[in-house]
Design a protein around this ligand. Structure first.
Ligand code: ADP
Ligand code: MG
Length: 567
């Protein structure tokens, strides 16, 4: 029985749908990219299931996507012979807009239409972009492997509710029928559709077909009417990463990025490589130009899209990159891993580690190149992901040097909160005889910059790194040194300049120490149990006194973090 049901969307979903329909107005054509992208994902999923159940593909083995339109009826249809959906899946996937992401999505809205439009793809609401151009959407679908009687029809014509019913459906896969709004009638046009497909979906690995255009035929045959319609591929229909680099245009790389990342923005840079020999794989890695809203969530999705011999295996394969590179998006296509590879097998397979270390180097090299080639773009990268990169030295000791070169800091050299000075810059400006890389940690830039610990360093023109990120103290602890120079917290230990002290400084210090002997004793008595020691110093220029931690103490920032954590 048909068992027709009406379902209401949740309130948040309604808002979201409303926003989508009205805010993406200026870039309507992206709906087609989203629907083709879904059809392509559906083909990938079917191929994957068919690895263990070949019969799923057997009846109709050539996967493809078709786009048809009817100008008079004002409809546009996108159909695929991919995995399809069961009734439950339809409700789950098409009935709960943005699923778990809705709440975060709403929180991230800025009210600026252009910015908000960019958020949409990130929250997996691609399907609903259909409503930018359609006032009614019908979906007919049948899950691969089930009977024709198990077809499902989903229908939605507004912002409030949708309907689901069971229908007889002759073939596997999904057909999405858009009833175009009056102001979107332009999309029922062969030329327009072909150019949109070329623009956004050329990289889709299976054919995106349209009806073959009638050649002005010479022979006016009688049986012309009866011929079955013939389709032709409009796109290149080859997995993008399998094509030679020299053949690929930037635009194609960028569109492919949007397809795999669900990002609406262009990436900052990418690296495409074929590796042959002991390991045999192709990787295409991207650095996004935008940080995901869940960059710091432990359970957030991350990792690469994994293919084995061009067959899609899984999304979010996080085994191939270290955590501190979790912002990287891309594809790995391996010829060494077995087709039946699972997350468990991946964890044990020794190829995994070898590929991981190769891809890690690849990303670090790509960043190094970007830093050298385009300072502005690199700065953009650093502003987005710098604090994540600082997790690197702890997690990936073997690449410590490479990572160190990529780091950028605020320092007293510029006295700006822009983190744009490298350690190489710092070392290049070190004073004669200076052996340490000095730093001060604070909760924020203003505090760091006006720290009394800096007074003497400023007086002597010695540069100090101003560290204000949560991870900084921990990071410095693992970094320890750069180019043979130890990191030294200016708030710790003896209040002298050590090796940077010259003869005059030394004489002055000894004089001050002698003269203040009595005062120091007096202060010690008063503070007694509360401090470990009291010392006279020449280090302060404007401030009368300051607190320092002893050399083997935890840093102040670290102590604060532990206190917050209730330790
Ligand atoms: P996303 O693609 O980011 O998951 P979408 O809103 O584009 O989000 O699609 C929602 C879900 O609906 C998909 O994850 C998929 O499960 C399902 N879906 C959409 N289109 C198709 C299709 N053509 N075939 C099978 N499932 C589909
Ligand atoms: Mg999608």
């Amino acid at each position: 029985e048909a068992h027709k049901e009406s379902h209401g969307f949740q309130t948040e979903a309604k808002q979201l749908l409303h926003l989508m329909i009205h805010s993406l107005y200026s870039n309507k054509e992206i709906f087609l990219r989203e629907l083709v992208s879904n059809a392509s994902d559906a083909a990938d999923k079917l191929r994957f299931e068919a690895l263990s159940k070949p019969e799923l593909l057997a009846e109709d083995p050539d996967l493809r996507i078709r786009i048809e339109f009817d100008k008079d009826a004002g409809t546009l249809t996108i159909s695929d012979n991919g995995i399809g959906m069961s009734r439950d899946e339809v409700i789950e996937n098409l009935g709960t807009i943005a699923r778990s992401g809705t709440a975060s999505f709403m929180q991230n809205l800025t009210g600026d239409q252009k910015k908000d439009a960019h958020l949409i793809g990130q929250f997996g609401v691609g399907f609903y972009s259909a409503f930018i151009v359609a006032d009614k959407v019908d979906v007919f679908t049948r899950r691969a492997g089930v009977d024709a009687s198990q077809g499902v029809h989903w229908e939605c014509s507004g912002e409030a509710e949708y309907e689901v019913e069971n229908v007889e459906w002759p073939q596997r896969g999904t057909r999405v029928v858009l009833h175009l709004k009056d102001d979107a009638a332009e999309f029922a046009d062969d030329w327009r559709l072909r150019s949109i497909i070329k623009k956004y979906s050329d990289h889709i690995a299976i054919p995106v077909e349209m009806l073959k255009q009638e050649a002005p035929s010479a022979e006016e045959g009688e049986d012309k009417e009866e011929k079955a319609p013939e389709f032709e591929a409009v796109n290149a229909a080859q997995a993008l990463w399998t094509r030679p680099r020299s053949e690929l245009k930037s635009e194609e790389y960028k569109e492919f990025y949007k397809h795999i990342s669900h990002d609406f923005d262009d990436p900052l840079t990418w690296s495409h490589n074929r590796v042959e020999g002991k390991l045999d794989y192709t990787s295409l890695l991207y650095i996004p130009a935008r940080a995901p809203y869940d960059l710091y969530q432990r359970d957030a999705a991350r990792g690469l899209k994994l293919y084995v011999q061009r067959t899609f295996i899984m999304d979010d394969a996080e085994q191939f990159l270290p955590l501190y590179l979790r912002f990287v998006k891309g594809v790995l296509d391996s010829n060494d891993l077995p087709l039946n590879v699972s997350r468990e097998i991946l964890q044990k397979d020794q190829n995994t580690d070898a590929i991981k270390s190769a891809l890690t180097k690849r990303v670090l090299d790509m960043l190094d190149k970007l830093a050298k080639k385009d300072v502005d773009q690199y700065q953009k990268f650093w502003d987005l992901f710098g604090s994540v990169m600082k997790e690197g030295p702890a997690e990936d000791f073997s690449n410590k040097e490479k990572i160190a070169k990529l780091l950028r800091f605020s320092t007293t050299h510029t006295d700006s909160d822009k983190q744009d000075q490298s350690l190489e810059d710092y070392v290049g400006r070190m004073k004669d005889g200076q052996k340490h890389i000095y730093y001060v940690c604070a909760d924020n830039f203003a505090t760091a910059k006006s720290s009394p610990y800096l007074e003497v360093f400023r007086k002597k023109g010695i540069e100090v790194l101003l560290l204000t990120d949560q991870v900084d103290e921990w990071f410095v602890g693992h970094m320890q040194e750069f180019d043979g120079k130890q990191f030294q917290d200016v708030a710790k230990g003896a209040l002298d300049l050590g090796e940077a002290e010259d003869e005059d400084d030394k004489a002055e210090r000894e004089k001050v120490e002698k003269e203040s002997g009595a005062l120091v004793e007096r202060v010690k008595e008063v503070l007694e149990a509360r401090v470990e020691d009291v010392r006279a110093t020449t280090r302060l220029v404007d401030s009368p006194a300051c607190l320092v931690a002893s050399d083997n103490d935890m840093g102040l920032q670290m102590r604060r973090i532990l206190e917050q954590a209730g330790q």
